[in-house]
Design a protein around this ligand. Structure first.
Ligand SMILES: Cc1cc2nc3c(=O)[nH]c(=O)nc-3n(C[C@H](O)[C@H](O)[C@H](O)COP(=O)(O)O)c2cc1C
Length: 219
């Protein structure tokens, strides 16, 4: 098995996406030879000001303070990139988009082309946009030339479910379920998140040996 470097950049206001990110990290780290970095996408000051003062927000931010901030060099280092975001009006959070919008130079140089990618989300309600958030997040990732990896139904227990549990073929998801989301993710959601982490890592290793590998495509 070829080794793979995987980075998990995520943004979280209240901690739910953070906990789902940890499950993705566990899955990625379970692949022999993998090296995994969990990285925090920074707050936008004006957005943070609007939320600070709420207990759940302040506690979650304090909880994540020691996680290193994502840097563009983390993306250069990685063979696979798994993005985490809360749903904001059916889309990724502005904090994540703002970071992606700093990648123009990397896009121009094709630095992210051929890297495996996936998306996991936290969404406030069952019909609030789990799937749209992943699908709309895909647009910039495709522009950047990455290779999208979803969740196989054979590792997604949510097939045919009628329960209020996150997770779809597009990517793992969860719901806060209460202020601060302390009960999320549920065990089924953790399983799906781990499976994406593992799958992106395995695909990353395979892509390194293929014509999609960044070093070869820029040669
Ligand atoms: C500005 C804003 C927009 C939101 N839009 C949606 C939405 O479209 N659908 C939804 O179900 N929840 C929505 N939510 C709820 C968030 O998805 C929820 O707070 C998030 O999943 C919590 O994740 P976190 O704990 O990682 O911050 C929104 C929240 C905010 C603050």
């Amino acid at each position: 098995m070829q080794s793979a470097n995987v980075v998990i950049p995520f943004y979280s206001s209240y901690g739910t996406t953070h906990r789902l990110a940890e499950a993705v990290e566990t899955g990625a780290a379970s692949v022999p030879g993998s090296t995994v970095r969990l990285r925090r996408i920074p707050e936008i000051p004006s957005a943070g000001e609007a939320m600070s003062g709420q207990n759940a927000y302040d506690e979650a931010q304090a909880d994540m303070a020691d996680i290193p901030r994502i840097e563009r060099d983390d993306l250069r280092w990685a063979d696979g990139i798994i993005w985490g975001t809360p749903t904001r009006f059916g889309n990724m959070a502005a904090q994540v988009k703002q970071f992606i919008d700093t990648l123009g130079g990397m896009w121009f140089d094709g630095e992210l082309e051929g890297k495996a990618t996936g998306v996991f989300v936290s969404t406030g309600s069952i019909h609030g946009g789990h799937e749209t958030t992943v699908l709309t997040s895909l647009v910039p990732l495709i522009h950047l030339g990455m290779v999208f990896v979803g969740v196989r139904y054979s590792t997604n227990d949510q097939i045919m479910t009628t329960e209020g549990v996150g997770g779809s073929p597009y990517g793992p998801s969860t719901m806060p379920r209460e202020e601060g989301g302390v009960e999320a993710p549920m065990p089924e959601e953790v399983k799906t998140a781990r499976s994406l982490g593992e799958r992106v890592t395995r695909v990353s290793a395979r892509l390194q040996a293929s014509e999609e590998a960044p070093a070869m495509s820029s040669a």
